[in-house]
Design a protein around this ligand. Structure first.
Ligand code: TMP
Ligand code: ASP
Length: 234
């Protein structure tokens, strides 16, 4: 399968059409951005690490009958994925309070949440991906009530599956962001699941093994991503 036209380019990935109108090629870039693109760098090897990690996690979710756009890995930095109509919403789920949550609300940083928190954001860089609720989503015609119900149910299931997957490998799934799209009328998980889109901490030391290392200039980002891959591979 070969890349034809560039369909869209995001901050960390490119999507290409193929000879099959139902399938696309998703290419993971080394480009790394934070804070809506205001902070940028190229981190050699990051694309391959995220492609590897996302392949493992998407495959694992498929084994639990979570529908995803992932079809197969094509090369170190490329996956074959289903072509979807993207729902322009980012769904965040949080198990531990940190990040933007502790800036907005009086939660203690690092505290285990009694109930996981769902959040929705509008996928819109110019507006800084603002937080919305489901009524904004309906009023903006982003999706239906049924879509939101399915996205919440799938996100809760993904959280349960991945939390215990990481836990067994000495890792804590702190929070994560998911995106969804529709392929032939089926709502499915799209985008990636990687240390760019999740917060992952070491269970014993609570060392951050995710993009916070880049966001907050902590260094050692490639080593952290490699450590996640080493722990979840095989
Ligand atoms: P936040 O605490 O900054 O809102 O981030 C919550 C989770 O969402 C965290 O795992 C990182 C992820 N995330 C993205 O994948 N993309 C984004 O643009 C942002 C802001 C967060
Ligand atoms: N993904 C967003 C950006 O690039 C924000 C973030 O992950 O912090 O800019």
């Amino acid at each position: 399968m070969e890349k034809k036209e560039l369909l869209c380019e995001g901050k960390a990935k490119r999507l290409f059409s193929t000879e099959d109108p139902d399938l696309a090629i998703l290419e993971f870039k080394d480009d790394t951005t934070a804070f809506d693109g205001s902070k940028k760098a190229e981190i050699a090897g990051k694309g391959e690490l995220n492609c590897s990690i996302s392949t493992i996690l998407m495959d694992y979710l498929e084994s639990y009958h979570v529908p995803t756009h992932f079809v197969k890995r094509l090369s170190p930095t490329e996956q074959i994925v289903k072509v979807v109509d993207t729902i322009p919403i980012e769904v965040v789920m949080r198990n531990i309070a940190t990040g933007s949550l502790v800036k907005r609300l009086p939660f203690e940083d690092g505290k285990q949440l009694t109930y996981p928190i769902f959040e929705l954001s509008l996928k819109n860089d110019e507006l800084g991906d603002p937080l919305i609720n489901e009524y904004h989503a309906y009023a903006l015609d982003l999706c239906t009530q049924e879509d939101i119900r399915i996205m919440f149910r799938m996100t809760a299931k993904i959280n349960a599956i991945l939390r215990s997957f990481f836990e067994r490998r000495g890792l804590i799934l702190v929070d994560f962001k998911l995106e969804f799209g529709r392929h032939k009328n089926e709502l499915m998980l799209t985008d990636e699941i990687s240390p760019d889109s999740c917060r992952i901490w070491d269970k014993k030391t609570r060392k951050k093994l995710d993009k916070d290392r880049f966001r907050f200039d902590m260094g050692g980002m490639e080593q952290a991503y490699q450590e996640v891959l080493d722990r979840i591979g095989n």
